[in-house]
Write a protein that binds this ligand. Sequence first.
Ligand SMILES: Nc1ncnc2c1ncn2[C@@H]1O[C@H](COP(=O)(O)OP(=O)(O)OP(=O)(O)O)[C@@H](O)[C@H]1O
Ligand SMILES: [Mg+2]
Length: 466
Amino acid sequence: MLMDDGDRGTRDTRELIHVTRGTAPSRALPLARLSQLGWHVHRAPDVRAVLKLLHRDASLPHAGLIELRDGFGEHDLAALGPALSAANVGWVAAVEPGQLDDDAVRRLVRDYCYDYVTLPCPEAVIDTVIGHAHGMARLACHDGADAAEVRLEGIIGDCAAMRELSRVLRKAAMTEAPVFIAGETGTGKELAAMAVHRHSRRHDQPFVAINCGAIPANLLQSELFGYERGAFTGAQARKIGRIEMAHGGTLFLDEIGDLPMESQAALLRFLQQGTFERLGGHESIRVDVRIISATHHDLDDAIAQGRFRADLFHRLCVLRLRQPPLRERGADIDRLADHALQRYSQEGQRPIKGFAPCARHAMHTYAWPGNVRELINRVRQAVVMAEGRLLTAADLHIDEAGSTAPPTLEEARDAATREAIERALQRNRHRLVDAARELAVSRVTLYRLMVRHGMREAEAERLDIA
Ligand SMILES: Nc1ncnc2c1ncn2[C@@H]1O[C@H](COP(=O)(O)OP(=O)(O)OP(=O)(O)O)[C@@H](O)[C@H]1O
Ligand SMILES: [Mg+2]
């Protein structure tokens, strides 16, 4: 069946792009038969023609059959890259016997193609292989649609545990009850807290976070409750605390498990009375805030050991959410990895098409102690360091056995710098001037470091959300 360019077919039809550099397709390819089997075959003599076909609808899955019988050089590879990287095409290469001995051909097949056939090829084989490639492209298109749907909340996840979490989260958003979020480090507790706020009736009011673990114990109460001028040496002007800042909105008490006993008592008093006094002040201030708290510590354990007050815990934990660890999320690991790759793919030297099977396998066997944050960081650094078109387990520094390669000195230094900046920004409510002062660098130097470590974009996004 011949298609003219106006004939788009429906989403159920099977589109096949046939790339051939020669004037006539190889006789060894049973193209007429493929048309009879229901494939809509579009001939594309060059990259422009392929891209034109693909741009008609980026969400329509295609199979691609690329004839490599004339051989491909580095130049051809570079030119074809954008067409071969399109997510909505599953490519199959047709090669002549012996052609895979050629380095460039081998790389193209390995990095871009779902499969290959050696010519001459029986009709049934090519129909099956192209059918599978088309099926894979279909899945990719479907995933893209799913991702677009969940990105509304910024939370990617479709496994049973994440669906359940999303259900509870939406319900929690409809109430005013305090929410407690448990979960290992990097599982997305803060993301969940923001989602509850954004879906609540308070969404257009402030979302104020305080990291109880990152603020020195002696400053915590003044951060929470604020102070009056002259409350202590150095208190030259009245300062509004985070609780007051959150009036009308949501107060997120992060790392609540690190709250010192003294502050636990003060917080409990506020939660019971709904009022507080600024340090050094006498005026009783009433605020309307919704409390969300989170920690990666086991609070039951902390209560048993007398490090956390049970009465405070019961006040905080009316609705309980649990962020599942990444290793329990099955196919979400792939979704999150694909999302991270899409997000950071511009940072690499060359276009990355996806993950090699060894990388997928490794990602599913690795324990992910740092959870989603670790996954994002590994994909991001792999994009920069990778030499092929597909990210491998080695690029991710995960070997098949699940153990990780130790960081180089430079990687360790970069990680420490990034961590120190992140913490300083958190402590200083993301004010660059104050964070720079604390880190003993100039504002310009801090800005440069943030750009170098790719933190500016995240910071801009965060401020958008706030
Ligand atoms: N389901 C998800 N979808 C997309 N991004 C996610 C998801 N979960 C976590 N992330 C990302 O992972 C990173 C860590 O998330 P977050 O800060 O919310 O984790 P956390 O549980 O608060 O970690 P910690 O205990 O270390 O404070 C963030 O960049 C966040 O955007
Ligand atoms: Mg957090």
